[in-house]
Write a protein that binds this ligand. Structure first.
Ligand SMILES: O=C(O)[C@H](O)COP(=O)(O)O
Length: 236
């Protein structure tokens, strides 16, 4: 049965500092490393045999995949990295403290920026200290200045359709180690959630979400392996 394991990276330094991160390449904290290892141990204990791993080009997701695969005793599986699995680009909010931004613009506005489906945060200004245009990871990529969840899904979906879905359709078990919002985009797609339905979905760090799929790649079951740190899931 096709099986997809979605794993959000462990706690990053900017998760800890409560900052909008997006594409900034912030590393894991020691707590985040421990979460990634624990996620991998749980994958191993479940007897899940991973055929392939997909991750973003951001260190926190890549290292989460390495730590988890090693803890699952499957460090040898092939791994592919692609920017299209990156976190959503947080535009002009990048690097700002989330609580301070809510105090300045109001909780409601920040909730719209963080969780609405199609309202993007303000764009990143040209020449910002977080400008990624010289970063060789993004050579040839038409860089966004900001992304909503919708425009994140617009770049995740072609990758999903071309690279990930065919492997699942062939019956593989895949680990996708990525980010809160690139994974929310995949959850919206897989579960057919409405634009409102996805707003309430939160994905905890370092907690493997195992989704079994039928031959049409419709979810037949979904559960977090660490029940103590689980969040509500859409109905299958
Ligand atoms: O980019 C970030 O700041 C986080 O990884 C996800 O942030 P959010 O939960 O505020 O969307």
């Amino acid at each position: 049965m096709p099986t997809l394991i979605l794993l959000r990276h462990g706690q990053s330094q900017w998760n800890l500092e409560d900052k909008f991160t997006g594409w900034v390449d912030v590393d894991l904290t020691s707590e985040g490393e421990a979460q990634a290892r624990k996620g991998g141990e749980l994958i191993g204990q479940e007897g899940l045999r991973i055929d392939r791993c997909y991750t973003s080009v951001l260190t926190r997701a890549i290292r989460t995949s390495w730590l988890a695969l090693a803890a699952a005793k499957q460090a040898y599986v092939p791994e592919v990295k692609d920017w299209r699995l990156n976190e959503r680009h947080y535009g002009g909010l990048t690097g700002l403290n989330k609580t301070e931004t809510a105090a300045k613009h109001g909780e409601e506005q920040v909730k719209v920026w963080r969780r609405s489906y199609d309202v993007p945060p303000p764009p990143m200004e040209a020449g910002s200290e977080w400008d990624f245009s010289k970063d060789r990871r993004y050579e040839g990529v038409e860089l966004p200045a900001t992304e909503s969840l919708k425009t994140t899904l617009d770049r995740v979906q072609p990758y999903w359709d071309a690279e990930i879905a065919p492997k699942l359709a062939a019956g593989e078990t895949l680990l996708v180690a990525a980010h809160g919002n690139s994974l929310r985009a995949i959850v919206k797609l897989l579960f057919g959630l409405s634009d409102e339905g996805i707003m309430g979905v939160e994905i905890p760090t370092g907690n493997p979400l195992v989704i079994e799929l039928d031959a049409q790649l419709k979810p037949v079951s979904a559960r977090y392996l660490d029940q103590a740190r689980a969040q509500p899931l859409p109905q299958v």
